[in-house]
Design a protein around this ligand. Structure first.
Ligand SMILES: Nc1ncnc2c1ncn2[C@@H]1O[C@H](COP(=O)(O)OP(=O)(O)OP(=O)(O)O)[C@@H](O)[C@H]1O
Length: 462
């Protein structure tokens, strides 16, 4: 360490990853405090993947100049190891702050969104600075920086001279600039709870993948937990389950989760009424970050910022989504609950893929599926107009058993020819898949999932 020691006073180890260490150091020439990141691999091993990745991180960071992205001062070889001298950020990571605070206030969450979305906007369009003609298209231009590892560990909070906070994006170790390269060595890496669905499947990882990860961070800031926590990274089964959830499961209701976090922090009973202080537009913003299909997300930090500022000015239309639905599923196949002869109906909970739709159940057997215009496959009775490709053309069925003598109806949900993507009848789409030999009784307010779409059963008027 002679070279390092002769140039810097090492004050503290800030972090030690698998192949590099970060120090707080004082530059001997001018006493400036800096952060020094040094790879643990020497220049003799420059063909090693980690060496190349480190060099790529340095090359990318050198190009970036934004108040919410850590600044690079210099690049050196110290003790035969590549080293990066950076701005020292005095402060804590959001991960540490979350451990202390449990969850963040709405105001602070908004500041984080504002600043990090701006940093992402810059990364996703950085080449457009200067005189270049700008375009919003990420499809045409490939020259973007994808951070690829957005999580609370990689965002630092520091305090400005006026007492306000600045949030700074660090660790570009997994970043890359060529989303077209399908087989990019880094693209499937990153912290599992923050990984976008396309990162699990080996599909193209692009700027919307950063948006998804940032959406998970925002969700966590507001509720104190990620939507899909993992029990054990080392358990293959747990990781498979996590993958499945990122790909298909609904995001647990953010308001419910925040109210739960508030009760826990304040030591309140589970039944204490707490108001959800998340504005509807912010719920919508998180939903739009967490769309499973990258095409339906904000594509870049710029789109996210635009939505944010439009919403602050009241220029966002909030779709009339039924407020948080009670987790009332109490389906017991052995205990039918007859309802008086009724005109039961199904209600689609609108989302970005599927608009609000109703269907009155008129028949003994009602099929539910995706609307289509193919002449080969018959249309389902309830043919849902949707772009949700996870809904099959003939997905599942409702059976009505009418007992005229007693004047009651019993409704069952079935999935006799199980669709590839399944029908799920619990609050969490992954917990209770409907098997072909099963049918479950539906009661007022029960709901089920097909694809990314939730359908509520109503017994209707008497
Ligand atoms: N510029 C900086 N100023 C202050 N602290 C920093 C700075 N850069 C990094 N750190 C601290 O060092 C830790 C590790 O940094 P970084 O994530 O860049 O390294 P890493 O080797 O990739 O670590 P990991 O493997 O945990 O991601 C960070 O969590 C942060 O606490």
């Amino acid at each position: 360490m002679r070279e390092l020691v002769s140039s810097y006073d090492i004050l503290k180890v800030l972090g030690h990853g698998g192949f590099s260490a970060v120090f707080k150091a004082r530059r001997k020439t001018d006493q400036k405090i800096v952060a020094l990141k040094q790879l643990d691999i020497t220049i003799e091993n420059e063909s090693q993947k980690e060496y190349k990745d480190f060099k790529e991180e340095v090359d990318i960071l050198k190009k970036l100049d934004h108040p919410n992205i850590v600044k690079v001062y210099g690049e050196y070889i110290l003790d035969h190891k590549p080293s990066l001298e950076m701005e020292y950020i005095e402060g804590e990571t959001l991960e540490t702050l979350l451990k202390q605070e449990k969850y963040f206030s709405i105001d602070e969450t908004l500041s984080i969104i504002e600043q990090i979305a701006d940093a992402l906007n810059y990364c996703h369009h950085y080449y457009l600075r200067g005189d270049a003609k700008h375009t919003d298209s990420v499809i045409l231009k490939r020259n973007v920086v994808i951070h690829n590892d957005i999580n609370p560990k990689n965002i630092l909070r520091t305090t400005n001279a006026d007492g306000s906070y600045r949030y700074v994006l660090i660790d570009f170790g997994l970043s890359f600039t060529d989303p077209d390269a399908v087989r990019h060595s880094k693209k499937e890496e990153g912290m599992a709870e923050y990984k976008a669905p396309e990162k699990w499947t080996g599909a193209i990882v692009d700027t919307p993948s950063d948006i998804y990860s940032f959406g998970i961070v925002i969700y966590e800031l507001l509720t104190g937990s990620v939507p899909f926590p993992v029990k054990d990274y080392k358990q293959y089964r747990d990781m498979l389950l996590l993958e499945e959830k990122h790909k298909t499961a609904a995001i647990p209701d953010i308001c419910e989760q925040r109210m739960h976090a508030i009760r826990e922090k304040e030591g309140m009973d589970a039944d204490t009424t707490v108001e959800c202080d998340i504005p509807e537009w912010l719920e919508l913003l998180v939903q739009k970050c967490l769309e499973k299909n990258p095409q339906n997300r904000f594509k870049t930090g710029r789109e996210l910022s635009k939505f944010y500022y439009d919403a602050l000015e009241g220029n966002i239309e909030i779709p009339k989504t039924p407020k948080s639905i009670e987790p009332v599923i109490d389906i017991d196949p052995d205990a039918p609950s007859p309802t008086p002869l009724s005109q039961a109906y199904l209600e689609v909970v609108p989302n970005f893929l599927t608009g609000a739709q109703h269907y009155f159940i008129e028949k003994e057997l009602t099929t539910i599926g995706r609307w289509h215009d193919s002449a080969v496959t018959p249309l389902a009775d309830f043919a849902i107009k949707t772009a949700d490709k996870f809904i099959s053309k003939n997905h599942c069925q409702i059976i009505r058993e009418r007992n005229n003598a007693s004047g009651t109806d019993i409704y069952y949900l079935t999935d006799t020819v199980p669709s590839k993507n399944g029908t799920f009848y619990n609050t969490d789409k992954n917990t209770s898949r409907l098997e072909p030999h099963n049918r479950v009784v539906l009661k007022e307010g029960d709901f089920f999932w097909i694809g990314n779409t939730q359908i509520i059963f109503h017994t209707g008027r008497e």
